[in-house]
Design a protein around this ligand. Structure first.
Ligand SMILES: [Zn+2]
Length: 132
């Protein structure tokens, strides 16, 4: 049984406070919630961007590049597809707002965490071709 990670854990792992780690934290928790998944489940993740968000996703979902259950396709939207390896069921969640501008990194974090995740994320059912 794994305990859900906090934003502080994500920030410690990531190495600095920023909007991106906060968006990754929110996006990953949103996708886990929509999938009915918890940390420790056998999951596979695909990120469509390669930036600070990825570290929040690694912390929250437990899918990591080291375990090879996280795939990163740089250059796309702030999107996470999260799939259960046993059933193949998954969701693709997308951050639907721009990164906040004109705020300090701490303010950006606080702003993002104050928002309703459903107001800044969208999702749809999805699946992935999973590697063996
Ligand atoms: Zn960052």
């Amino acid at each position: 049984m794994f305990t859900p990670v906090t934003i502080e854990t994500c920030i410690t792992f990531h190495g600095h406070v920023c909007g991106g780690i906060s968006l990754g934290y929110v996006l990953a928790n949103y996708a886990m919630d929509k999938l009915g998944a918890q940390r420790g489940d056998d999951l596979y993740a695909r990120m469509e961007c390669q930036n600070c968000l990825v570290d929040g996703v690694q912390c929250v979902t437990g899918c990591t590049t080291g375990k090879r259950n996280l795939e990163i396709i740089p250059g796309g939207p702030m999107a996470l597809t999260l799939v259960r390896r046993d059933t193949g069921k998954g969701v693709r969640a997308v951050i639907s707002v721009d990164m906040p501008h004109g705020l300090s990194k701490e303010e950006a974090k606080n702003h993002i965490l104050s928002l309703d995740p459903a107001a800044i994320c969208t999702f749809e059912e999805a699946t992935l071709e999973l590697p063996n």
